[in-house]
Design a binder for this molecule. Sequence first.
Ligand code: OGA
Ligand code: NI
Length: 356
Amino acid sequence: MTLLSLQRNLPVPSVQELASEPLDAVPSRYLRDDVDDPVSNPCNPFLQIPTVDMSKLLDAESQAEELHKLYSVCRDWGAFQVVNHGVADELVKSMKEKSRDFFNFPLQEKKRYAQKEGSVEGYGQTFVNSEEQKLDWSDMLFINALPYEDRKYNFWPDRPQGFREALDCYSGEVKRLALSLLGFMAKGLGLEAHKFSKDFEDGLYHVRMNYYPHCPQPQQVVGMAAHADFTGITILLEFDETQGLQIRKDGYWVPVKMLSGAFLVIVGNIGTVMSNGIYQSPHHRVVVNSLKERLTIVTFCYPHKDAIIEPAHDLINPENPALFKTLSHAEYFNLFYSRNSYYDEPWFIDILKIDA
Ligand code: OGA
Ligand code: NI
């Protein structure tokens, strides 16, 4: 099998191991000279990412107003926090505990789940396809949680006890939330809910657990370089409101301050395509700090394998022509993986445009 460029996935050292030793200097593969100032818009330094209330979307009386908010937030930011989302606190707590326990195991234990060549699934890092490339200051465990037939349980840690059960339950709940959100995102555009949600009912839900160790040179290092997600939507959980994620808006980085118990939702490139460019898929990145590690659990939501990725037909008319190509699932992913770099221009969304 010949691998497409981004499928190559070269192995890299565990950053958690690096950071656990007394470090005088960060190895040069992690040092960047292009980490610009992580301050938000000087004209609006307190700008905060908006919050959408799921209970208001579900209540007939408040729905219209909250739908309008959801629509404008997806249009102007392509990201929001969601509260009253209905995912049980206990489950979230258990999922966090199990992932933290996993990362706290010795390297040998984690390596039992190490990625295999040509696949991102497992313990390691993603999108490393050159020895020269700058590296992110993080480790991850990546698991294809849904659909069931895609599960490879050899990548599901059997320790700590209860990890598998928690992930099974968590992925089901996050999927339920995703379907509901996608339905409302369609409604916000004046479409029937299922126009967006139906392709995600048997969709792909890939869970990535990220561990960002503390870093002695946070100004020259990033936890995750700037990128847009190539999902429909992404649903992110941050542990302990540690901070570090920044969203690009109007040319500035806006630090995300998570509300306790909320999820962050990020619209991905497929979300932009389905909305024919009305919903943004923002760039975002992770900065690191010198004191404390940071953990997140990120669920990438994609349509099912027979879905067609294209703008919703009801949004297209002579005044609003389709801006993006019509692609099969396989064409979309092949196009993605054949890029030389995830982190450089041309951005994937521009490749998806009809005139590209
Ligand atoms: C990602 C991502 C951000 C974070 O995994 O695509 O953007 O805060 N993660 O972990
Ligand atoms: Ni992302």
